[in-house]
Design a protein. Sequence first.
Length: 267
Amino acid sequence: MEQVTVRTLKRKKREGKKITMISTYDFLSAKYCEETGIDCLLVGDSLGMVFQGNDTTLPVTLDEIIYHTKAVRKGAPTRFLIVDMPFMSYQPSLEEGIRNCGRVLKETGAQAVKLEGGEVVADLVHKLVGYGIPVVGHVGYLPQSHHRFGGPKVVGKEEEEAEKLKRDFKVLEDAGAFMIVLESVPWRIAKEITESSSAITIGIGAGKFCDGQVLVFHDLVGLVDYAKPKFVRRYAEGAKIFKDALKMFKLDVERGDFPTEGESYGT
Ligand code: KIV
C-alpha cells in the first residue's frame, strides 16, 4: 500500500474522489482498515465512550490517546493517521497546545492532530501549521462541549447558528487547517461549505456532499448495539455475531464438547 499523505488527500479533493475515514483505537481494527484501503484513521476521543465506557469524551487523557495511537499505527502503517487531541490538552494555553500536539507527533507516528472548535482555536491552528504540524478542524456538534450543548444536537438549523458555523469554518480554513470535520450539520450547509472551500470536508451526520465521510469502527460493524444515531449505517451485526459465538462456547464447555482431542495436546 502506498503511504497516504496530505498531498494524496488534497489531490483526491481536487479530482472529486471521496475520502474515507474510520475512527478507531486498536491494532486489529486498524489492520483491517489498512488491508481494505481506508484512506485515513482517526484515533478519536470517542474512545472515552466506546472503549472506556464513559458517558462523554471528557475523561480521556493525552497519555491514553498516545497509547492507542501507537497501537493503531502498528496496524495501519500506510494510512493517514490523525490524533484527536483530548479535552484540556490544547485549551489551557498556546504553549501547552503546541507542546502537546508536538509530543503526539513525536511519540506516535501520527501525521496530523484534530482540534475541536472554530475561532477559539484559530491562533493555535495558525501556530501549529507554521511549525509544520497538519491540523484537522472540527465544527458543528462538538463532543468536548457536551455540557454546553446539553448533549448531541444538529448545529446550524437556525440562521444565527448557521452563520456562526460558516464563520468558524472560514476562520479555521484561513488559519491553515487542511481538513475540517463537520459533525451533525444540515446537509445543505455542509454542501455549501464544501463547494466554496479548498479545505477538505469530512462529514459525520453532515450528508453526502462532503469530500469524505467518517464513522466510528464499532458503530459501522455493529459492535455498538445499544445506540444508533441517525447518521450511522451498520454494515454488519457485530454484536450479534460475537454474542452468538460466546453462547456457543459456553454451551460447548458446559456440555463437555470443547475441547476435543484434536484441540488438546497429547503426552
Ligand atoms: O472522536 C471521534 O471519534 C470523532 C469522530 C467521530 C469525528 O471525533
